[in-house]
Design a protein around this ligand. Structure first.
Ligand code: ZN
Length: 168
């Protein structure tokens, strides 16, 4: 057993000092069974406040790790949002959003006939909806400047990110 069991309260406690956008961590019900298979799952809820917004969720991902070695999969369960790994620098975050605007300029897209958010879907395709991060000795094996981001592309909304930890 490489992870210590945590109850719901402990998960919530880990959020005490987290950014207010991240509302809560939801341990999924089969956690105990999955632990025996050396898998742990978790969801976080995120409340975004803008139409497009980049939110650093590295600490939330780290909160489900204690020790052990494996991989963590972060998966975005939405079609107008994404997940990526890069630097948390204010100018770069603006550059990324500006690049997406340039690649998907305002115009009439086919999907706009359905719900007027084709640009959000197209940007989400460019960002991608998952990231796989190595875990070593209970720590995300990120590079010095790497952080895990949730990318809101059609906010403000209530969002979820699902994590799966596979470990030795
Ligand atoms: Zn749509």
């Amino acid at each position: 057993m490489l992870l210590n069991p945590r109850d719901d309260l402990e998960f919530v406690r880990t959020l005490r000092n987290r950014p207010k956008e991240v509302l809560r961590i939801i341990p999924t019900l089969p956690v105990i069974l999955l632990r025996t298979a050396r898998t742990l799952t978790m969801e976080i809820e995120i409340r975004t406040s803008k139409r497009t917004e980049l939110i650093d969720i590295t600490e939330e991902a780290q909160s489900m790790l204690e020790r052990g070695t494996g991989v963590l999969v972060a998966y975005c369960t939405h079609t107008t949002a994404g997940i990526y790994v890069n630097e948390n620098e204010a100018g770069l975050k603006e550059d990324i959003l500006a690049l997406l605007d340039k690649l998907v300029p305002p115009r009439s897209y086919n999907h706009d006939k359905v719900d007027h958010n084709a640009d959000s879907h197209l940007k989400a395709v460019l960002i991608g909806n998952s990231a796989i991060i190595p875990v070593e000795n209970g720590r995300l094996r990120l590079g010095t400047w790497q952080r895990l981001f949730f990318c809101e592309l059609d906010g403000p909304r209530q969002r979820k990110v699902h994590f799966t930890l596979l470990h030795q």
